[in-house]
Design a protein around this ligand. Sequence first.
Ligand code: NOJ
Length: 567
Amino acid sequence: MEPAPWWTSAVAYQVYPRSFQDSDGDGIGDLGGILQRLDHLSDLGVDVLWLSPVYPSPQADNGYDISDYQGIDPLFGTLEQLDELIEALHVRGMKLLMDLVVNHTSDEHPWFEESRASRTSAKRDWYWWRPPRGGFAGGDPGAEPTNWQSFFSGPTWEYDEASGEYYLHLFDRKQPDLNWENPEVRQAVHAMMRWWLDRGVDGFRMDVINMISKDVADDGHLHDGPPIPGTSLGDGSASYLCGPRIHEFLAEMHREVFAGRDGAFLTVGEMPGVTVEEARLFTAPDRAEVDMVFQFEHVGLDHGSSKWDLRPLRMRDLKASFGRWQAGLADVGWNSLYWDNHDQPRAVSRFGDDSPEHRRDSATCLATLLHLHRGTPYVYQGQELGMANFPFTSVDDFRDVESVNHFGTAMVAGEDPARVLAAMRRMSRDNARTPVQWDASPNAGFTTGTPWLPVNPDHVRWNAEAQRDDPGSVLAHYRRLIALRHQEPVVALGDFAMLLPEHDDVYAFTRTLESEVLLVVCNVSARTHRLLDLLPQARAGRLLLGNLPDEDPDLLRPWEARVLRID
Ligand code: NOJ
């Protein structure tokens, strides 16, 4: 049998550079700051650093709007520092994943500037330009070529007065979508990717990569989507999520960029709306598309009609979802595992309990639950410290384009500002983007200047310095979880079986590799449960890792998690 790929026993760590560590006092994190903090990553034991975008960018979406794919924004440093980072990571045995944002560019990218310059520009067809809807004048309400709603509110089309046509932007108007139907676009992206690999990077996290193929008719027509209740817009996702040529495009990318290249690479495709069946196709090794995908099912389980319409998470829904993903990718393909990233509010506040009584225990419980699944876990900066949501008080506190646009649109629609703000407080992406809490000093050791987003006031208690030498800390628990995956093949590769699928509080499963069996039990609640009544087989278990001291073999205390070896 082929040996399992290296990334099956690896753990990745995401750095959102703007909020990680500032080295020059401008209040914005940078490459110099990352270089200063590499010991934190080695101490944690992670294998891969995924770096969110550092390329030149107008920063309309904090770097997910790129105006030059082959440079570094002076805000973050220089290309020489990026080279230094690659080298420093490699010396420490870590790899670097760059963020590849190629569904769209910035509207300030020279490709788009050339494309918009005239209808006959050589790059006109590099983006999606369309005339106004038949019978409408450009710029009029309803004249957009399709009714699609943008991820960042409003229509996905922006009217260009000068040329009398609209361009498509699934995200902000400053993020025009590239036209992947055009082979020149694909070739330019492949060349850019090869350039980064030649520089020494080890792979890519591919931003919304399942949106690059749009369902376009032979005559160029794009289709309206079903109306979204309460708006004049429609849901276009059937036209751009896992579109008709997506597998072809990813297989081609693999061939053109990775095939025949020496090295141990990693590719992870971010894929909103991807199903298990699609994920099997994307990650089947013999299809050579990507190594793993980020799926979104579990982070949608607490959404109502939208992410701003929040519902409590039901444990049985989480079990059904994770269980299906574990089973679906058991024989073919591979899972990635995450709670937090720069687009999600902090998991300890969302799925755990960030009250002083339960914060540490719920953070370590959620971590244990996730890391003991089969797949590659991703830790988002600060998650390993138990960082929580920010106590936002006013709409002026928010910086994120998604939140700011949402508030504006909701006000125009006459919604109650207090309700809108309450939802933003819980779900805004800015919750994940406050500076990393390194120590208890006024700016948490993040900057000597004024941080671009305020430091969470709870940093005086919740910070890396306070946790580094404390064996009971969240940080120490993450270290142990990461080490366990490295040491125990059953954690990396064991088969997964869900237990107690209907239980409201206790999340339990086994992992099995040949004669090795692990039983994982997590009490995802503040209630105490009788472990041996629920799972008599736990009696025979030896504790491999737990999150609370002095365990009682019979009782699972609030937010207690145990990994038991069953002999
Ligand atoms: C997904 C990224 O993670 C998010 O931060 C960004 O806003 C969108 N893609 C658009 O690039």
